[in-house]
Design a protein around this ligand. Structure first.
Ligand code: SAM
Ligand code: SF4
Length: 467
C-alpha cells in the first residue's frame, strides 16, 4: 500500500543530523575506542557512532579505524573484489545539474542515444575485455515513449553474444521512476537499481539542480520506496561528494538506510561514493563547493564499512589508481575497470567529447586485474547471488551470520579462472593461477572443496558455474 514516503523524504531530519554532528564535533578518544570496539562485532553503527568516528584526527586512531575496517571487509567478503563495467547508452538529458556534462543546456557535449545495434556492439566490446557484469547508465531523457528505450536496451545487453559469452547481470543507474515503471524494470531481470541522491541538503539540492524532473528532491529521495514496492529489493545508494559537507551527507544517508530497513526489512545492497570530477562545460565540477580531501575520503570509506558492514561499497574509475588501491584496503568490495563514460566509448574510444566526467583511472581491465592480484586480492566476475535469487533480505540473512563468504570465495575463484583461461595472456594466467592456489591453501576445508569442484568444472571447459 502506498504511503507519504512513496513521494516524500519524510525520514530526512535536518535538525537531528545537526544535533548529532554538534554533539560529536571534537575528537573524543574514549568514545572512539568504544565505537571501534563495537564495530568489531560487525553489527553496524548508530548515527551517533558514525559521528564519533568522523571526529577522528590523530594518526594513531586513524590507523586503528583503517585496520578495523580492513578486518571487517575480510571477515565478511574475504579477499575478493567484484568487477564491472559501466555502459552509457545515452547522454540525452532534460535536467540542469550544474556539475554534470550531460545537463540539458550544455552545448559542449555531442548528444547521442545508442540504438539497439550500437548497444549490442558496445556490449560485445565489453565482453571482449572479459567482463560479465554491466552497469547501464543514461541521462534523464529517453528517445521514443516512456521507458521502453531503457527496457529494450537492457534486453539488447542480455541478448548480446561474443564468442559464446554474455553479460550475466545488468545493474542500472537511472532516474527515478513510478512504481509501475519500476515493475517493468524488475521484469527485465535487472540486478541492482542504483540511484545517487547527490545531496540530501535541501538548500544545496535546490542550488545545483536548476530545472527538470530532478529538481524535486523528494521525488528522488523516495525512489527506493517505490522500487521496493515494485519488488526491486537490491538498491544501490550514493552521494556526489563535494556538493555539501560530507559529514552531514553521510548521516543523512544513514537516515535513508534506516528508513528502508524499518519499512522493508532491508537497507541498501551497495553504496557508491563518487566525488565530483571535472566535466566538460561545468565550472562547478572543477571547483566543488565542499570538496572532500583525500584524507577525509579514506576515512569516510572506512567508516561506511563499519557502519553498514554487509553493504557492498563501490569505487568507480572517477578515482585514480592510487586512491582506488588505498580504499581497497579499507573496505571497498566492488570496482569498475576499463571504463568509458561516453555512449559508444568502448567501440569508438576517441569520442571523449561525449563523456560525462573525466576519468581518474584509465587502466584496462587486464591491468586492473593484474594490480589486484599483486595486492593479494582475487578479482571476481561472480553474479551468483542474483542468479540464485539471493537478493534483498535473503542476501542480508546470509551475510549477517557471516555465511556469504562461503559463496563469494568459490564463485570468485571459478569466475577468475574463467577469465584467466579465456582472456588473459600466458603470463597473467600463470600469476593468477598462483594466486588461486594460495587462496585455496588458506581456506577452511568445506569452502575449499566447493571451490575445487567449481574450478575443476571450469578447467574441463564448463562456463558459468556458481554456488
Ligand atoms: N541521469 C541519472 C541521474 O542523474 O540519476 C543517472 C545517470 S548519471 C549519468 C549518474 C551519476 O553520475 C549521477 O547520479 C552523479 O552522481 C554522477 N555525476 C554527474 N556528474 C558528475 C561529475 N562531474 N563527477 C562525478 N560524478 C558525476
Ligand atoms: Fe542528467 Fe543525470 Fe547528468 Fe543530472 S546527473 S544532468 S540527470 S545525466
Amino acid at each position: 500500500m502506498g504511503t507519504a514516503a512513496d513521494s516524500k523524504a519524510v525520514w530526512l531530519d535536518d535538525a537531528k543530523i545537526r544535533n548529532t554532528l554538534e554533539s560529536c564535533s571534537r575528537e573524543d578518544v574514549a568514545r572512539i575506542r568504544d565505537v571501534l570496539e563495537k564495530a568489531r562485532e560487525l553489527k553496524g553503527l548508530s548515527p551517533a557512532d558514525v559521528a564519533v568516528l568522523m571526529g577522528i584526527s590523530s594518526p594513531e586512531l586513524l590507523s586503528d579505524l583503517y585496520l578495523t575496517a580492513k578486518a571487517a571487509k575480510e571477515e565478511i567478503y574475504g579477499n575478493r573484489i567484484v568487477l564491472f563495467a559501466p555502459l552509457y547508452i545515452s547522454n540525452l538529458c532534460s535536467n540542469e545539474c550544474l556539475y554534470c556534462a550531460f545537463r540539458k543546456s550544455n552545448k559542449a557535449v555531442v548528444r547521442r542515444a545508442l540504438n539497439k545495434e550500437e548497444i549490442t556492439e558496445e556490449t560485445k566490446a565489453i565482453l571482449r575485455q572479459g567482463h560479465k557484469r554491466v552497469l547501464m547508465v543514461a541521462g534523464e531523457a529517453y528517445p521514443g515513449s516512456g521507458i521502453s528505450y531503457v527496457l529494450d536496451a537492457i534486453d539488447a545487453i542480455y541478448d548480446a553474444r561474443e564468442d559464446g559469452s554474455s553479460i550475466r547481470r545488468v545493474n542500472v543507474n537511472l532516474a527515478p521512476l513510478s512504481v509501475e515503471d519500476f515493475r517493468q524494470l524488475k521484469n527485465r531481470n535487472i540486478g541492482t537499481f542504483q540511484l545517487f541522491q547527490e545531496t540530501y541538503h535541501r538548500e544545496t539540492y535546490k542550488q545545483v539542480h536548476l530545472s527538470g524532473p530532478k529538481s524535486d528532491l523528494d521525488w528522488r529521495a523516495s525512489s527506493f520506496d517505490r522500487a521496493m514496492l515494485a519488488g526491486i529489493d537490491d538498491v544501490g545508494m550514493g552521494l556526489l561528494y563535494g556538493l555539501y559537507d560530507w559529514r552531514y551527507e553521510t548521516l543523512a544517508l544513514m537516515q535513508h538506510i534506516a528508513h528502508l530497513e524499518d519499512r522493508f526489512g532491508v537497507g541498501c545492497h551497495t553504496i557508491s561514493v563518487p566525488r565530483i570530477e571535472p566535466a566538460v562545460g561545468s565550472d562547478m565540477a572543477s571547483h566543488p563547493p565542499h570538496a572532500i580531501s583525500d584524507k577525509d575520503f579514506l576515512k569516510l570509506v572506512a567508516i561506511l564499512r563499519l557502519a553498514v558492514p554487509y553493504t557492498g561499497i563501490i569505487m568507480s574509475t572517477r578515482e585514480n589508481a592510487n586512491i582506488r588501491s588505498l580504499t581497497l584496503e579499507l573496505g571497498v568490495s566492488q570496482i569498475s575497470a576499463g571504463s568509458r563514460t561516453n555512449p559508444g566509448g568502448y567501440k569508438e574510444s576517441s569520442q571523449f567529447e561525449a563523456a560525462q566526467f573525466q576519468l581518474g583511472d584509465h587502466r584496462t581491465l587486464a591491468e586492473v586485474v593484474k594490480d589486484l592480484g599483486d595486492h593479494g586480492f582475487i578479482p571476481s566476475f561472480c553474479t551468483g547471488c542474483y542468479r540464485l535469487g539471493r537478493t534483498g533480505k535473503d542476501f542480508m540473512d546470509l551475510a549477517k551470520p557471516g555465511l556469504i563468504k562461503a559463496k563469494c570465495a568459490p564463485n570468485a575463484l571459478s569466475t577468475f579462472e574463467e577469465y584467466l583461461l579465456d582472456y588473459a595472456t600466458d603470463e597473467a594466467r600463470l600469476a593468477g593461477q598462483g594466486a588461486i592456489a594460495s587462496t585455496l591453501n588458506g581456506m577452511e576445508d568445506r569452502t575449499r572443496r566447493v571451490s575445487e569442484n567449481l574450478l575443476a568444472k571450469v578447467r574441463s571447459g564448463q562456463r558459468d558455474v556458481y554456488c
